[in-house]
Design a protein around this ligand. Structure first.
Ligand code: NAP
Ligand code: MG
Length: 402
């Protein structure tokens, strides 16, 4: 078979620990034999980030802006322990945070649904994609402990000195207050990313807030979504045969539990934090969860939802066998290759991405899987394989499909 050619490079962001090991295995076994891989490589491994004073992370994000599609391996976000372990010059920021700040996007997380790994919620048949707004609210809040009696107010002072004042509470005893904010521009980006992603994946979009209680704050989210939808998306949604549906957050939760899935659920920052852990654990495993950052101007960065699987890496370093699940990392590659194919009109690349995903799912459904899945599968007597064995098994299935 002739190798598939790529016209535009894909931005490749390598990472750390066990996922870095999987990264190379995936490329060697599942990609290089079939594709003349055209990537612009950035090493976001912690050692090289430290060596370049984290410049490499910024460069990789700018390259993503330039080329439009990136695939990212999981990376270490340094903490005190990592400072010593890697002898770091500084406690470098989370690469995902840096990239997100540059691309200004929304993160979409969707479970990879496989027969034999059944969701805890019986009626969920299709994936539920969570779209989490990643700016502001309680994550950028200011808080004060109120020591005793007194008046707490919100004060906004305009550049021209005009003041807006609003009473929070007239305290007669100790208590607490919190101030938080968001920016219309960020909410607009969030809305556009959600509408574009819904069109892209041909799924309905749900959005919910608590606008009946929060008549200015949450209501602004509701209004911005509706204004943008009415102005730019009504017709496009109609043509795609999908709908935009707004409801209250408590109503949304009730409907989600009774639904069969197959839609995107847009969530404000805090709701998305809470609900994505609920949805992902109910679907089975973080190792079966894809994650893509979509910027409002249509730039895509694909990754796995899990981290670098540090515990497995230390076993690997000791020469012990590991059984680490590479599905989410494989799907990061297929997502990026398919999107690259779509943007370049490269059908062969898109078909290859579909087949590699099918090979991965078929391999599991036929009973070969890593330890994490073997523990939760309903398939009787699964064949448990090690990290490399799993990727080799997928290669075998893939060859029968090509
Ligand atoms: P983690 O890497 O997601 O792993 C936590 C545990 O989940 C593992 O020990 C393992 O459980 C299980 N697990 C996760 N992915 C798995 C897979 N593919 N196959 C099998 N089991 C899997 O989280 P962490 O250990 O808390 O974080 C490690 C590093 O990752 C940290 O330095 C953190 O900063 C970084 N991180 C990066 C990202 C990112 O780049 N997107 C996201 C989160 C965390 P068992 O040990 O029980 O087998
Ligand atoms: Mg969380």
């Amino acid at each position: 078979m002739e190798k598939i050619k790529m016209t535009t490079p894909l931005v490749e962001m390598d990472g750390d620990e066990m996922t870095r090991i999987l990264w190379t295995m995936i490329k060697d076994e599942l990609l290089h034999p079939f594709i003349e891989l055209n990537t612009e490589y950035y090493d976001l491994g912690l050692e090289y980030r430290n060596e370049t004073d984290d410049k490499v992370t910024f460069d990789s994000a700018y390259a993503t802006k330039k080329y439009g599609v990136a695939v990212k391996c999981a990376t270490i976000t340094p903490n005190a322990a990592r400072m010593t372990e890697y002898n770091l010059k500084q406690m470098w920021k989370s690469p995902n945070g840096t990239i997100r700040a540059i691309l200004d996007g929304t993160v979409f997380r969707a479970p990879i649904v496989v027969k034999g790994i059944e969701p805890c919620v019986k009626n969920w048949k299709k994936p539920i994609t969570i779209a989490r707004h990643a700016y502001g609210d309680v994550y950028k809040g200011s808080e004060v402990k109120i020591p005793g009696a007194g008046k707490a107010e919100i004060v906004f002072t305009g550049e021209d000195g005009t003041e807006i004042r609003e009473l929070i509470h007239d305290f007669d005893a100790p208590g607490i207050v919190q101030g938080m904010h968001n920016i219309n521009g960020s909410i607009e980006s969030f809305a556009r990313s959600c509408f574009n992603y819904a069109l892209d994946t041909k799924q309905d979009l749900w959005f919910a807030t608590k606008d009946t209680i929060s008549k200015k704050y949450d209501h602004t989210f509701k209004d911005i979504f509706q204004e943008i939808f009415d102005a730019d998306y009504t017709k496009k949604f109609e043509e795609a045969g999908i709908t935009y549906f707004y409801t209250l957050i408590d109503d949304a939760v009730a409907r989600v539990m009774k639904s069969e899935g197959g839609y995107i659920w847009a969530c404000k920052n805090y709701d998305g934090d809470v609900m994505s852990d609920m949805v992902s654990s109910a679907f089975g495993s973080l190792a079966m969860m894809t994650s893509v950052l979509v910027s409002p101007d249509g730039v895509y960065e694909y990754e796995a939802a899990h981290g670098t699987v540090q515990r497995h890496y230390y076993k690997h370093l000791k020469g012990e066998e590991t059984s680490t699940n590479s599905v989410a990392t494989i799907f990061a590659w297929t997502g990026a290759l398919r999107k690259r194919g779509e943007l370049d009109g490269n059908n062969d690349l898109m078909v290859f991405a579909d087949k590699l995903e099918k090979a991965t799912i078929d391999t599991i459904e036929n009973g070969t899987m890593t330890k994490d899945l073997a523990l939760i599968t309903t398939i009787a007597n699964p064949t448990v394989v090690n990290s490399e064995g799993f990727i080799k098994a997928i290669r075998k299935t893939l060859e029968t499909l090509l």
